[in-house]
Design a binder for this molecule. Structure first.
Ligand code: EPU
Length: 424
C-alpha cells in the first residue's frame, strides 16, 4: 500500500510551471467497452496510464479479447472474444464494469455479472441499466443475491428508453448496445457529458448512425460496425484539468495546464474566476494564478455542463481558504461529503447539514495530518489540502488516487509540490 508524503507550503503561493493533462479516465473506459461491441482491432491513443485502464483491460481479456499497450497507445482485438461472464472480483471493484454489460449482451447474446457493489459515494444502483436492457428485449435473471444474467439470444430489439435519472455510464452502455439492435433505439433524458459525445464519435467512426449525442435525446439506427483504420484519440481529462486548476487557484504564482479542452470545464473556470482567481485561456492551454484573497462561493454540483461532482472535493479545499461563508450542494451522489470530516481534522470549519449540503467558513489555516483517502477525488483533495497545509502530511490509499490520476507525484513535483511516494 503506497502513501504520498506531502510537505506543506504553509499557504505560500509558489507553484509555477506546466502540467500536461492526459486522456480522460471516464472517456477511455467506455471507449474500451465500446471497442468490444465492434469486432476487429480498435486502436486508441492518448490513453492514460491509470489503474482503472489496467482493470478494464483485464476484464476484456477475461472475455477473450487481447489488449496491448505501448506508451499512450492501446490496441484492443476482439475477433475471438466470445466470453459472457465478467470476472466477479474485478467487476465488483470497478463500477465502470457496468459499461461492458451493453457490449457483451449485444455482441454475445448474454452477460453474467456481479453487482458493481457498494461504493463510498453512497448507493449506486443499476436499475437504469436493467430497465434499459429489458426495454430492448433482454431477459433478466437474478442468479443469486449479487449476480445477474441478462440474455438476448436473438439480439436486442429497437425501442424507446426514458432514463429515470441522467446517468453517464447508463447512457453510454445503452448507446453502445443499441448500435447492434435490430431496430431504431431512442434514448431520452440522456447524460450530455463530453465523454458521452466521445463514445458516440468513436462508434460513428466505426460506421454507427447516431444522432443527438450531447443533447438529451439520442437516436441510434441499425448499422454495420467495423473498427476504423486510424487510432481514436481519447479526449483530455476535464476532471484532472479541473483538479489542477483548483490547485493553481490555491497555491500558484502561475500554473499552466496544457493539452486541455477548456470548453469541457467552463463551470469550474467560471466559478474560480468568481472567487477572484485570474485565469487565462489560450487554445488548449489554461493559466491560473492564485489571488491575494479568495472570495466565497456557493457551489452546486450538476450534470454537464454544470459544476462536476468529481471536482466537488477539491473545490471544498479551495472554499476553506475563501474569506467568508461558502456552501456546497451535492446533487448527484448521496455519500460524497463524508471526506469533509478529515478536512475538519486539518483545521477546516465545515458543517455538514445533511448528506447533500455543507457550509464552509473561511479562511482557516490547515495543519498537516495523516489521512487515508476514501475515493479517487477525495484522495486528490487531501493532496491539495496537504500541499497548502503547515507541516508534513501522509495521504494513504495512494492506489485509489492512482485509479484516476497518472503519475500524479511526477506532475506535481514538476510545478513545485514537495510530494514523494512511499511504498510500504
Ligand atoms: N443512478 C441510479 N440508477 C442507476 C445508475 C445511476 O439511480 O442505474 C444514479 C446514481 O446513484 C447517481 C446518479 O444516478 O445518483 C448519476 O450517476 P451516474 O450513473 O451518472 O454515475 P456513473 O455513470 O456511475 C460516472 C463517472 C463518475 C461520475 C459520475 C457523475 C464513470 C466511469 N464514472 O459515474 O466518476 O462521478 O458519472 O458524473 O464515468 C470518478 O471519476 O471519480 C467518478 C466517480
Amino acid at each position: 500500500m503506497d502513501t504520498f508524503v506531502v510537505e506543506g507550503l504553509e499557504g505560500k503561493k509558489r507553484l509555477s510551471g506546466e502540467i500536461q493533462i492526459g486522456g480522460m479516465k471516464n472517456a477511455v473506459l467506455p471507449l474500451m467497452a465500446a471497442a468490444f461491441v465492434v469486432e476487429g482491432e480498435t486502436k486508441l491513443s492518448n490513453v492514460p496510464d491509470i489503474a482503472d485502464v489496467h482493470s478494464m483491460a483485464r476484464l476484456l481479456e477475461g472475455l477473450g479479447a487481447f489488449v496491448s499497450r505501448s506508451g499512450d497507445k492501446a490496441s484492443i482485438r476482439t475477433s475471438e472474444a466470445n466470453g459472457t461472464v465478467l470476472e466477479p472480483k474485478l467487476a465488483k471493484s470497478l463500477r465502470a464494469s457496468v459499461l461492458l454489460l451493453g457490449s457483451v449482451l449485444a455482441r454475445n447474446g448474454k452477460v453474467t455479472f456481479a453487482h458493481p457493489g457498494g461504493c463510498v459515494l453512497g448507493s449506486r444502483p443499476i436499475d437504469v441499466f436493467i430497465d434499459g436492457f429489458q426495454k430492448l428485449g433482454a431477459t433478466v435473471h437474478e442468479d443469486d443475491a449479487e449476480t445477474y444474467t441478462l440474455t438476448a439470444p436473438n439480439g436486442l430489439s429497437g425501442g424507446e428508453i426514458f432514463f429515470r435519472v441522467m446517468s453517464v455510464t447508463g447512457t453510454e452502455a445503452l448507446m453502445i448496445a443499441a448500435t447492434r439492435a435490430k431496430g431504431i433505439v431512442t434514448l431520452k433524458n440522456c447524460a450530455m457529458e463530453p465523454e458521452v459525445v466521445a463514445v458516440a464519435e468513436f462508434l460513428k467512426s466505426c460506421g454507427a448512425r447516431i444522432e443527438g449525442a450531447g443533447t438529451p435525446t439520442i437516436v441510434i439506427h441499425p448499422s454495420h460496425l467495423e473498427p476504423p483504420q486510424e487510432s481514436f484519440r481519447v479526449i483530455p481529462d476535464r476532471i484532472e484539468a479541473a483538479s489542477f486548476l483548483i490547485l493553481g487557484a490555491l497555491a500558484a504564482e502561475s500554473l499552466t495546464l496544457t493539452h486541455t479542452e477548456p470548453a469541457d470545464f467552463e463551470a469550474v473556470i467560471e466559478t474560480l474566476r468568481g472567487m477572484g482567481a485570474s485565469i487565462a485561456v489560450s487554445g488548449t492551454s489554461v493559466t491560473v494564478s492564485a489571488p491575494e484573497t479568495l472570495l466565497p462561493a456557493s457551489v452546486r454540483t450538476h450534470e454537464y455542463p454544470g459544476f462536476p461532482t468529481d471536482a466537488q472535493a477539491p473545490m471544498c479545499v479551495l472554499l476553506t481558504q475563501a474569506e467568508g461563508e461558502s456552501s456546497i450542494l451535492e446533487t448527484v451522489f448521496d455519500g460524497r461529503l463524508n471526506y469533509t470530516s478529515e478536512l475538519v481534522r486539518m483545521g477546516a470549519d465545515i458543517h455538514v447539514w445533511n448528506p447533500h449540503r455543507a457550509v464552509i467558513k473561511g479562511k482557516t489555516p490547515l495543519k498537516a495530518r495523516d489521512i487515508d483517502g476514501p475515493d479517487i477525488r477525495a484522495g486528490l483533495a487531501f493532496i491539495l489540502a496537504a500541499t497548502i497545509a503547515e507541516g508534513t502530511s501522509r495521504i494513504g490509499n495512494a492506489h485509489l488516487i492512482d485509479r484516476g490520476y497518472a503519475g500524479i507525484e511526477h506532475k506535481l513535483r514538476g510545478v513545485g509540490v514537495q510530494i514523494e511516494r512511499h511504498t510500504a
